[in-house]
Design a protein around this ligand. Structure first.
Ligand code: CTP
Ligand SMILES: C/C(=C\CO)CCC[C@H](C)CCC[C@H](C)CCCC(C)C
Length: 304
């Protein structure tokens, strides 16, 4: 009985013990414009598991998520170290190295989310990674500690205080999205794709090929903005497809493509404005993306 009631409230459902293997009934639903197949899981009502079994399940999930967080944290350190070595050996120039770290950090962090457990606490374990990186950037930016690899791979001019701006804002946005949106909301996925993939490529391409500047912002170019729109769109669709493959997000793709294009346009427009001196791109781009994505996708997770 409880499970039947809880089925209408994902949060309540998560609080109950994990259900027995659900009987999934593939229910193809058609409508005038597209055919979308929605998985309509029919959970058989079951009595709650005994307390001891719930404690064992919770402990197992915590160990699973703790290990996943440790692995992702190791990945974060390795990414920074790898690109420090590549730029140190002049295999990759420092400005390019920084932007590749910018692109990969967000995309790879999101890509790790399906490997956390289905526990309601999983997002908090995943949040440990950006939280520890916030602390790392703060302590190194305030010169409490020194790490040349970190400074060289994520700063423009090699000054520790630079860690307290773009990189810190970037990681705070990762922390916000993993806690507030997590893996079952397109809003967070699209916003992080725009911040990491979109803004990253705007810089990578615009810095090299952006000769024709925007009329209202001589620091930005048409090529850079077009690159932001296209890469933000591609990364967003790619990450939405990735999470839909794991069953976390179910989309009507014909409508979703137009929604993502609108979010990408809004984020690109905001990024092109001459406001970087007042508001860092790592704040304005995800903020514009979240607001637009919230308007077009709505607040309901899972099915949009
Ligand atoms: N729409 C855009 C965005 C960026 N750029 C190019 O990329 C450089 C850096 O872009 P920006 O997004 O401002 O990066 P910042 O975060 O400000 O710089 P950094 O990442 O190095 O701090 C710009 O000076 C410009 O040459 C561009 O041509 N067009
Ligand atoms: C250079 C950056 C922003 C400036 O525009 C990015 C800074 C990245 C942080 C130093 C490291 C962030 C790591 C992520 C929280 C986790 C990544 C995990 C993944 C598996 C590599």
């Amino acid at each position: 009985m409880w499970r039947g009631v809880a089925a209408h409230s994902p949060l309540l459902l998560r609080a109950l013990p994990p259900p027995p293997p659900p009987t999934l009934l593939l229910v193809p639903t058609t409508n005038t414009t597209t055919t979308t197949t929605s998985l309509a899981p029919l959970l058989r009502a079951s009595s709650p598991a005994p307390p001891r079994l719930r404690r064992v399940a919770a402990a197992a999930a915590a160990m699973h998520d703790g290990a996943a967080a440790a692995l992702v944290m190791g990945g974060a350190y390795s990414l920074v170290l790898a690109f420090d070595k590549l730029s140190e050996r002049h295999i990759v120039e420092q400005s390019l190295s920084r932007k590749i770290v910018h692109v990969l950090s967000g995309i790879l962090f999101m890509s790790s989310w399906p490997f956390f457990s289905s526990s309601a606490a999983a997002r908090y374990f995943a949040a440990i990674v950006p939280l520890l990186n916030c602390i790392r950037l703060l302590t190194h930016g305030l010169r409490l500690f020194t790490n040349e690899a970190l400074i060289k791979s994520v700063t423009r001019e090699g000054k520790p205080e630079e860690l307290l701006r773009g990189p810190l804002y970037y990681v705070i946005v990762l922390l916000f999205c993993v806690l507030v949106f997590w893996r079952d909301s397109p809003v967070g996925v699209v916003s992080l794709s725009m911040m990491s993939g979109g803004d990253g490529f705007a810089d990578i391409v615009g810095r090299r090929y952006g000769a024709i500047k925007l009329p209202y912002n001589r620091k930005k170019s048409w090529v850079g903005s077009i690159s932001m729109f296209l890469s933000g769109f591609v990364f967003s669709i790619g990450m939405l497809f990735y999470f839909s493959c794991f069953g976390y997000i179910c989309l009507d793709w014909e409508r979703a493509i137009w929604k993502v294009a609108l979010v990408s346009f809004a984020a690109t427009l905001v990024e092109s404005l001459p406001i970087s001196d007042v508001l860092d791109d790592n704040i304005s781009v995800p903020l514009a993306s979240m607001l637009t994505a919230f308007l077009v996708f709505g607040s309901s997770p899972h099915v949009v």
